[in-house]
Design a binder for this molecule. Structure first.
Ligand SMILES: [Zn+2]
Length: 155
């Protein structure tokens, strides 16, 4: 068998996602500092971000529910300075977490901010599972997930 020769490169792709009416309402409500979920009529879970159907029960969600902009960290990680990638909305270092907002039954993925990241160990102490966080909203909101700048630890 011949040796396979390869060239390594990088490509940049612009994506567009078509929003469902459920997605559109979820993003529009962020302009009013409201985080909305939808409730599954079968299992009763409140899904955030709002979803058109429950991925567990495969039935359409039927009810809109406003959840709190506070919640608890379920899991988190720290993105270090050397991890830069195209399209990254904020510069490292920063925290990323799965956050279960009060009133929701599933976690929302978002940034952790408003803490000192210069000492990674100290920063991780502030974003441990179970710690409470609150949304820090952008002054100017445009109906995007970045209308929430980040979640700030309350302790
Ligand atoms: Zn369900």
């Amino acid at each position: 068998m011949e040796d396979v020769r390869v060239l390594t490169g990088m490509i940049s792709l612009t994506y567009q996602w078509v929003l469902s009416s459920t997605d559109a309402r979820f993003f529009d409500e962020l302009k009013n500092k409201k985080i909305m979920g939808t409730k599954c009529p079968e299992c009763g879970r409140v899904l955030v971000p709002a979803r058109k159907f429950c991925p567990r029960c495969f039935v359409d969600t039927t009810e809109w529910v406003e959840v709190s902009d506070e919640g608890i960290i379920e899991t988190s990680t720290l993105v270090g300075e050397k991890l830069q990638f195209e399209g990254q909305p904020i510069k490292p270092p920063y925290g990323l977490a799965i956050i279960k907002l009060d009133g929701a039954d599933v976690g929302l993925s978002h940034f952790i901010g408003g803490i000192d990241f210069s000492d990674p160990e100290k920063a991780m102490e502030k974003m441990k599972p179970g710690m409470r966080v609150k949304a820090v909203w952008s002054e100017e909101r445009r109906g995007k997930i970045t209308d929430i700048q980040y979640f700030k630890p309350l302790e």
